[in-house]
Write a protein that binds this ligand. Structure first.
Ligand SMILES: O=C(O)CCC(=O)C(=O)O
Ligand SMILES: [Fe+2]
Length: 334
């Protein structure tokens, strides 16, 4: 069955009611049969849900624990200290955004979370490899808080581990789209990956739908690798019946969800699914998404096998950088 036929079939099947779990133990296995089987499972999730959990993802628990403890300490600083690096003062919104300053859902009254964002940077500052200089419209050096002193190193160590995982997933996404495994290699040379650490204060009592942790939105890049705090339900994913399906944290897993760049490349064969988060748990919640995009100069043109006479191109062609920049400006620039 062609990709387009498979997409049409998926669009006719029942709305999803749970998020699948995919075991990544074989992510580096070179056996073509094993890789094809893994890619098929990923393809089903990408066409039907746009979200899946990954188990045995290979990111060391210590990298997660260090990033989390530095994040908690950072967010516990006084607001004035955090506001020194407010993201509106930096090119392309690197740095800190306070509670209610972002609108992921343009119709909302501001997201009930604070965050801190940064992009690619070598772990050792003197290993600068020039990648940031290739970001064009999205250029903007990272900024780092003075306190806690270990924040930069802990956050970047996790960032690099997540980018490494992302680099292993691109060949499987290519295989799932019946493309050569190296199809995305020349489009992902500069690691256009943005990471955010997020803190959601608890919202108790009646919650106004216009002020939730993060309002209903799709992500903008190819895919997101999301770590969410154990034991705290907050993330919800919208199915085609407009039902919110809970995506609770599952022990030892990460969530992978597709974003708009993949939806545009694949003419919606891969789904960029709407989601939101609401923290009604009564305690603070933290999460760490890494948004892995294509290089900012790449044009988001539909892949030919995802277009047919009965599935004409759905999106106008834009470059990845212009797309992400316009979304950043709409989300923070008001
Ligand atoms: O915190 C979460 O679980 C979701 C975060 C998210 O959707 C985002 O930052 O785009
Ligand atoms: Fe998101």
């Amino acid at each position: 069955m062609s990709l387009v036929d498979a997409a049409h079939k998926a669009e006719r099947t029942e709305a999803f009611s749970h998020i699948p779990v995919i075991d990544l133990s074989d992510v580096s296995n070179r056996d073509p049969t094993v890789r094809k089987a893994l890619a098929d499972t990923i393809r089903d999730a990408c066409m039907n849900v746009g979200f899946f959990y990954v188990a045995n993802h290979g990111i060391p628990e210590t990298a997660i624990a260090n990033a989390l403890s530095a994040t908690k300490e950072y967010f516990s600083l006084p607001l004035e200290a955090k506001m020194e690096l407010e993201n509106k003062k930096t090119p392309n919104f690197k740095g800190y955004n306070p509670v209610r300053s972002s609108r992921n859902d343009p119709l909302s009254d501001g997201d009930m979370h604070e965050g801190f964002e940064f992009g690619w940077e070598a772990l050792k500052a003197d290993d600068y490899d020039g990648r940031q200089a290739k970001d064009g419209a999205m250029a903007g050096a990272n900024v780092w808080p003075r306190e806690p002193a270990r924040f930069r190193e802990a956050a970047l160590a996790y960032y690099h581990a997540a980018v490494e995982l992302g680099n292993k997933l691109f060949p499987l996404f290519a295989l799932a789209l019946e493309l050569p495994e190296d199809y995305f290699d020349d489009k992902t040379k500069n690691s256009a990956a943005l990471m955010r650490v997020l803190h959601y204060p608890p919202q108790t009592g009646p919650v106004d739908d216009r002020v939730v942790g993060i309002g209903a939105h799709t992500d903008w890049e190819c895919f997101t690798i999301l770590w969410q705090e154990p034991a705290t339900q907050a993330l919800q994913v919208l199915n085609k019946e407009k039902q919110w399906i809970d995506a609770p944290p599952l022990q030892g897993t990460l969530v992978i969800n597709l974003g708009d760049q993949f939806a545009r490349w694949t003419n919606d064969v891969f789904k960029s699914t709407v989601h939101r988060a609401i923290n009604r748990s009564g305690v603070r919640r933290y999460s760490i998404p890494l948004f892995f995009g294509t290089d900012y100069d790449v044009k988001l043109e539909p892949i030919s096998s995802c277009v047919s006479p009965d599935r004409p191109p759905k999106y106008e062609v834009v470059t990845a950088g212009d797309y992400v920049k316009s979304k950043l400006e709409a989300t923070y620039g008001h």
